[in-house]
Design a protein around this ligand. Structure first.
Ligand code: FAD
Length: 118
């Protein structure tokens, strides 16, 4: 993955003390998806990453953006019922759209293509 990755910017090392409204620990997908909407809505956010952005699983995944859930929709329906399962399914569809719109909005150079392989 590293040898085919697009160049990524480097960010400053934390020095001294900083004051912020929200400090997000970890610059993987979870941390960045927490920090970004907060920042977009005018909150003061700092992301603290121990290594580099995308250092963990997020920088080593297959990179596929897929609706659905790892356990499958049958399992979700078994646990929460049909109506809630349909809501979960819609959320997973919206998640793909959210990734797409963020890539466009922030002009992220990640060779984005829709679809997935099984
Ligand atoms: C081989 C593989 C393939 C995958 N393929 C896919 C796929 O195709 N599609 C998909 O949707 N998902 C895939 N996944 C799952 C997906 O990658 C993860 O669910 C997701 O990246 C998890 O993101 P995260 O932010 O929770 O964790 P991470 O990406 O691991 O981020 C955690 C970050 O926190 C930092 N950190 C940890 N402790 C500290 C600390 N004390 N202080 C500061 N920073 C700290 C780490 O350095 C790291 O950067 C795959 C996972 C793997 C391992």
């Amino acid at each position: 993955y590293v040898s085919t990755a697009n160049p990524h910017p480097s960010y400053p090392t934390l020095e001294g003390r900083l004051k912020t409204e929200t400090c997000v620990i970890g610059g993987g997908l979870s941390g960045l998806c927490t920090a970004l909407p907060l920042a977009e809505n005018g909150h003061d956010v700092i992301v603290l990453e121990a290594a580099r952005i995308g250092f963990g699983a997020s920088g080593r995944s297959g990179g596929q953006v897929i609706s659905d859930f790892a356990c499958g929709m049958e399992e979700i329906e078994k646990q929460v019922g049909l109506e809630q399962a349909q809501w979960f399914w819609q959320q997973s569809l919206q998640a793909v759209e959210l990734v797409d719109s963020r890539i466009q909005k922030h002009n992220i150079q990640c060779d984005w293509q829709r679809g997935y392989a099984t």
